[in-house]
Design a protein around this ligand. Structure first.
Ligand code: ADP
Ligand code: TRP
Length: 320
C-alpha cells in the first residue's frame, strides 16, 4: 500500500494541520510505503518572496520531522525536486473539463478571501492530481477541506484511463472524522488565513496568549455551561485522555468554574503534549545537514517511482 500526502509551505504549521493531516500521516508511515512532500510549486500561488519560501520549506520539514515523521520509513521530499510532476499536470490538464475546476470550493474560497485569480490558482487541483497519480498512490491522508481535490483526482484518473487505457490507480482519501475540522480561537475552522490559529511550535507566551483569546460566551462562573458548544472543550478533547475529557465535561455541566480556569487547563495540556516534539526539534536544529540530507534522500526515492509512472504515461498518450 502506498500512502501519499503533501502540505504547502505557505506559513507556520498549526494544530489544525497537526490533527487534520500531520498526525494521521505520521500514524500511517508504519502501515505501508509513505511519501510525504512539501508542496512548494503549490505555494507559489500565494508566496511571492523567494527568501520566505525557502525558509518556509525548511521549517515545514523541521516541524514535520519534529512531530514524528520518521525518514527511515517515510520519504520526505520537496515537490519541486521531482519536476516531472509538472509535465504530468500539463498532460492531465488537456483532459480536464473547465467546469470541473470551476466547481472547486477551494478556488472559490480563495477568490472570496481576495487572492488574485491566476491560471495557477485555477489549475491547482490538476497539479495536486498529478502529485497523487505520479506515485501510484493508494491512500491520501488529508483534512476534510481537501476531499474535493481527491474527487477531482479520481475523475481525472478515470478520464485518462478511459481515453488512453489503464494507466492510473484510483486513490482513496483518508479523512479522520474525529479531527476533520479543528476549530480556531474564534470557533471557525482553524486556518492561518483566518488568523485564528494556535501554532504547534509557538513560544510559551504566544501559545498562552492564543489560548486566553479563545472566544467564549458570557455565561457567569457559577452557571452550568454546555461543553459541546465550547471551543475550549473541543480543543481539550483532542489532547486529553478519556477520563480527563469526562472530568472536564462534568465541571462544565456542574457550574462553578469560569472559562479562564478551563483555558489554563487547556494550555497546560497543549504545552505538555508538544513538549517531547519541541525537544526533538532542538536536536534536529543542532544537526545542520540533517534536513538537507533527509530531503535529498526522499527526493531520490520519489524520483524513481515518478520516472517509472511517467514512462507509462508518455507511452500511453503517444509522446514516445
Ligand atoms: P490553512 O487552512 O491554515 O492554510 P492548509 O490549507 O495549508 O491550512 O492545510 C494543510 C493540511 O492541514 C490539509 O490537509 C488540511 O486539510 C489540514 N487542515 C488545515 N486546517 C485544518 C483544520 N482546522 N482542521 C483539520 N484539518 C486541517
Ligand atoms: N492542497 C493541499 C493543501 O493545501 C496540499 C497538497 C498538494 C496535497 N498536493 C497534494 C495534499 C497531494 C495531498 C496530496 O493542504
Amino acid at each position: 500500500m502506498r500512502i501519499l500526502s503533501g502540505i504547502q509551505p505557505s506559513g507556520v504549521l498549526h494544530i489544525g494541520n497537526y490533527f487534520g493531516m500531520m498526525r494521521p500521516a505520521i500514524a500511517l508511515q508504519s502501515e505501508g510505503e509513505a511519501f510525504y512532500f512539501i508542496a512548494d510549486y503549490h505555494a507559489l500561488t500565494s508566496v511571492r518572496d523567494p527568501t520566505t519560501l525557502r525558509e518556509n520549506i525548511h521549517r515545514v520539514a523541521l516541524d514535520f520531522l519534529a512531530c514524528g515523521l520518521d525518514p527511515e520509513r517515510a520519504a520526505l521530499f520537496r515537490q519541486s525536486d521531482v519536476a516531472q510532476v509538472t509535465e504530468l499536470a500539463w498532460i492531465l490538464s488537456t483532459v480536464t473539463p473547465m467546469g470541473l475546476l470551476e466547481r472547486s470550493h477551494s478556488y472559490k474560497d480563495k477568490l472570496a478571501r481576495g487572492m488574485l485569480p491566476s491560471v495557477g490558482l485555477f489549475n491547482y487541483p490538476v497539479l495536486m492530481a498529478a502529485d497523487i497519480l505520479i506515485y501510484d498512490s493508494d491512500i491520501v491522508p488529508v483534512g476534510k477541506d481537501q476531499k474535493q481535490h481527491i474527487e477531482i483526482t479520481r475523475d481525472l484518473a478515470v478520464k485518462m484511463n478511459e481515453t488512453f487505457g489503464q494507466i492510473f490507480k484510483l486513490p482513496e482519501p483518508r479523512i479522520h472524522t474525529a479531527t476533520e475540522v479543528v476549530p480556531g480561537i474564534d470557533g471557525q475552522k482553524m486556518s492561518k488565513s483566518y488568523g485564528n490559529n494556535i501554532d504547534i511550535f509557538g513560544d510559551e507566551r504566544e501559545m498562552r496568549k492564543r489560548v486566553t483569546s479563545i472566544v467564549t460566551d458570557s455565561i457567569p462562573v457559577e452557571a452550568p455551561k454546555d461543553p459541546s458548544r465550547s471551543t475550549i472543550f473541543q480543543l481539550y478533547s483532542l489532547f486529553a485522555s478519556k477520563n480527563e475529557i469526562a472530568e472536564m465535561r462534568e465541571r462544565f455541566q456542574k457550574g462553578g468554574t469560569g472559562y479562564g480556569d478551563f483555558k489554563k487547563q487547556l494550555f497546560e495540556k497543549l504545552w505538555g503534549y508538544f513538549a517531547p516534539m519541541r525537544k526533538r526539534r532542538e536536536e534536529i536544529l543542532a544537526d545542520k545537514s540533517y534536513i538537507d540530507n533527509v530531503l535529498a534522500r526522499g527526493a531520490r526515492r520519489a524520483d524513481k517511482i515518478a520516472n517509472q509512472v511517467m514512462q507509462r504515461v508518455r507511452n500511453a498518450v503517444g509522446l514516445r
